[in-house]
Structure formats: C-alpha cells, structure tokens
Design a protein around this ligand. Structure first.
Ligand code: MG
Length: 261
C-alpha cells in the first residue's frame, strides 16, 4: 500500500514536471514565434514600402486584341463589338533592340506587329473629344504570343495571360512624338522576317481608333503617364524560329530589330 502511494506520488510529480517542461517549451516556442513574426512583419513592411514606392513609377501595358477585321478572321475569331483588352506587366518589356530568347513553355511563338501609343497624363472616364490629348508619342512593337498556350487557354475559357504576358513578350521601339508624323491616324507599318516582309498594315484600318481605345479602356482602368497601349495587329501573324531576325518599320523608317535566340 505504502509502496503504491510512493509510486503514485513519484508518477504524479514526474507528470507535473513533464507538464511544466512542456509549458515552458510552449512559452519558449511562442516567444520565438513572436520574435520571428516581428522580424517577418518588419521585413514585410520594408518590402511593402519599397513595392509601393516602386509601383508609383511602374507603367502598365494595355494591349488590344482583334482590332483589325482581317486579323480577327485569320484566327477564326468574331469581329468584336467592344475593344478586347488584356494587360502585360512591366517585365514583358523588351527594348533597345535586345534579343528575344525562345521560351521553353511554347513551341509556337508568333509575332504580332502593333503600333504603340504612349499615354502622357492620368485619365479616368476620358471623353472622346479629349481622348487624343492623352497620348503624345507613337512607337512600334511586337506583342509576342505563345499561340499554342493561347489556344489551350481559349479552349478552356481561361484568361490569356500566360500566352501573352510572359517575360520580354512586348518588344518596343523608340518613340516618335506624334506631331512629327505626317498623319498619326494613318500610319503605314510593317515587319520583315529575315529580310522578307511578312506583315503590313495601316492604322486607319483599325476597328477601334486610338480615341475609342482610350475612352473605352479608361472606363475600367485609370490611364497613367508612361502607360503603353498596343493597338492591335493586322493580318499576317506568324511563327518565329531561333535564328530569325525581325525588323519593324513605320513607313520606310526602321524602328526596331530583334534577334530570336
Ligand atoms: Mg496583339
């Protein structure tokens, strides 16, 4: 009997000691967690401060799909009633005639040559009358598209971003102030692939004019100074291959060159 009481007391004390150790460990863990969280919170705060600061200076790329009737038809798409809009991030920009590296996730990267507008002031609910004052310069670009990825996404009714917004998918030339163009609403542009003209168009054939695009887009998305609008591609889109040289022209003026690597 006496031995049983001693064993029980011993067990009870050990159990109590064990509980106390667990409690201490728990407290220690919480303390560590608090410190970690505090550090993490500080790091996040610092990161978020710098992201916010950066975001102020980062422009966005607004791109327009199916803005030329013949191009809509070549991809068996209906002619849209309103502009079709998608976005590319700033990481999509490929400028200064840099090379384009064929991404591993696609076997069908295609060029889409497009006239690009630079937005020169902030605009929300811009009216048709003043829309032309919201861009001050024009360039030429390529909206590189992973067509195979896009077809898969379209078949599943999913957004196009992975086919359109990938790194370096937005070639952009230097910009020309719009006053320097003979007629900003009638820009002849073309693309040569290895010296052969593969795509040409004129902006007067766009379904939606620059002004229409600015008015419509700014109903949904605030335009900011430095944003770019890729105004859509004419008929003649096609695949690129490693080793190709792409050269874009406005009239006779060479705007960019881009090697596919
Ligand atoms: Mg396009």
């Amino acid at each position: 009997m006496c031995i049983n009481v001693v064993v029980f007391l011993h067990f009870w004390i050990s159990f109590g000691h064990l509980l106390s150790l667990l409690e201490q460990a728990k407290k220690k863990e919480y303390r560590l967690k608090d410190i970690c969280d505090e550090n993490r919170a500080k790091a996040l705060a610092k990161k978020s401060e710098s992201s916010i600061a950066l975001k102020i200076y980062i422009m966005k790329i607004i791109a327009i799909g199916r803005n030329y009737i013949d191009h809509a038809k070549e991809l068996n798409n209906p002619v849209p009633e309103n502009p079709i809009i998608f976005l590319k991030p700033d990481t999509a920009v490929l400028k200064d005639n840099k090379d384009f590296y064929y991404p591993e996730f696609s076997k069908n990267i295609q060029f889409e040559t497009e006239v690009v507008l630079r937005i020169c002031k902030e605009g929300k609910h811009v009216t048709q009358k003043f829309a032309s004052t919201y861009f001050d310069a024009v360039g030429l670009g390529i909206d590189f598209t992973a067509r195979d990825v896009q077809q898969e996404l379209k078949a599943k009714s999913l957004p196009w971003e992975l086919a359109k917004a990938f790194d370096h998918s937005a070639v952009i030339s230097n910009l020309i102030p719009k006053e320097e163009l003979a007629d900003v609403n009638s820009i002849d542009f073309s693309l040569q692939q290895n010296g052969q003209t593969v795509q040409q168009g004129n902006t007067k054939d766009m379904i939606f004019s620059y002004e229409d695009l600015i008015v419509y887009t700014s109903k949904f998305i605030t335009l900011r100074k430095g944003d770019l609008i890729y105004t859509g591609t004419p008929v003649g889109v096609g695949p690129v291959a490693i080793g190709d040289l792409l050269e874009g022209f406005i009239g006779e003026q060479k705007m960019f060159s881009c090697k596919i690597k």
